[in-house]
Design a protein around this ligand. Structure first.
Ligand SMILES: CC(C)(COP(=O)(O)OP(=O)(O)OC[C@H]1O[C@@H](n2cnc3c(N)ncnc32)[C@H](O)[C@@H]1OP(=O)(O)O)[C@@H](O)C(=O)NCCC(=O)NCCS
Length: 304
């Protein structure tokens, strides 16, 4: 059976196919999200074919991690794995995931991470992934935002500037644990009006970014020094106010590590509601997030 499965690189011509399966799963991704993933890791996105028919796909993204000893290692993320419903339980998901893991290991990853739907946990465990945490998705409708007190922001929060990006990436790595400058650059290029930064004595202490999704906006990455919780609130309020200025009816989603209790209480106070949970899993070396309590939102379930 496995010999009939052919795995090749994903190309722009496969985007429609991916969007079709994403719709079946009711996942909240736009074609532009697929394009972005393809640009981040052009050789790390794969399609499975069976009898010349496309039956599934998987994406990866790799990040450099500066280690204390000076050499660089990589953290890999696996994302958007879908097998067409007709072709499930025939080993295709396993073959695609192994292919993606081999790719990441061959380019130097020493740990691979992912956010798993609760129904797929068993599948990933069989491949050797271990459960390391949970990520909660919270949602809110724009109508509810009008009642939230988001326009009173006392701290100085600045719109993010292109020249800030290198420094933002260095600050971000202190929490996320890897350099993701390319991701930050691309998000800033596409959605500059949702990017804000906070400083104390000239030093960056927090930033926020957001992007469009099918029904509105996804917040993240959103990182703030855990000492400055009022700043985290102000960054979030600035970003929400900017969304409200641009659009009337929309939904907002945010993916928060369950370890960040302050982020959860802040969001619940603003009127966000808990909607779903994904399981954070890892294969290989476990060290990744340097300070998870400073992570107020992931950049997306698909890329950490
Ligand atoms: C999860 C998914 C990718 C698995 O793909 P697949 O090709 O069906 O998986 P495989 O045939 O390689 O499964 C290998 C093993 O994983 C386990 N497994 C797979 N799907 C499972 C399920 N739905 N429930 C429990 N175990 C499952 C089984 O042990 C299976 O071995 P078996 O069939 O011999 O019992 C596929 O079901 C899918 O596309 N689901 C919807 C999208 C999704 O959840 N993607 C995961 C992203 S978080």
């Amino acid at each position: 059976m496995k010999k009939e499965i052919y795995i090749r690189n994903f190309t722009e011509d496969d985007i429609d196919f991916a969007v079709e399966l994403i719709r079946i799963e009711r996942w909240n991704y736009l074609p532009v999200d697929i394009k972005r993933l393809l640009e981040y890791e052009p050789n790390g996105c794969f399609v499975a074919e069976k009898n010349n028919k496309r039956v599934g796909f998987i994406f990866t993204i790799s990040y450099d991690r500066a280690l204390k000893s000076g050499y660089k290692s990589r953290i890999g993320w696996i994302a958007l794995l879908i097998i067409h419903p007709t072709y499930r339980r025939r080993g295709i998901g396993t073959a695609l995931t192994k292919h993606a893991m081999d790719y990441l290991y061959n380019i130097g990853a020493n740990s691979i991470w992912l956010h798993s739907d609760k129904n797929a946990v068993r599948f990933y465990q069989k491949l050797g992934f271990e459960i390391l945490g949970e990520t909660l998705r919270l949602k809110m409708k724009s109508e509810a935002l009008r009642d939230a007190d988001i326009f009173t922001v006392e701290q100085d929060i600045d719109p993010l500037n292109k020249d800030d990006l290198e420094k933002i990436a260095q600050f971000d790595a202190l929490y996320f644990g890897a350099n993701r400058l390319e991701v930050l650059k691309r998000l800033y290029r596409d959605y500059p009006h949702f990017c804000y930064v906070a400083r104390s004595s000239g030093k960056i202490i927090g930033y926020i970014m957001s992007r469009k999704n099918l029904k509105g906006y996804s917040i993240g990455p959103f990182i703030c020094h855990p000492k400055y919780l009022d700043i985290a609130r102000s960054l979030l309020c600035k970003c929400l106010a900017s969304m409200l200025q641009r659009n009337k009816n929309f939904r907002i989603t945010i993916d928060v590590p369950s370890e960040n209790l302050y982020a959860l209480s802040l969001l619940l106070k603003l009127g966000f509601q808990s909607s779903s949970k994904t399981i954070r899993m890892c294969y290989g070396e476990r060290g990744h997030f340097r300070e998870i309590k400073g992570i107020f939102a992931f950049g997306g379930l698909e890329k950490g």
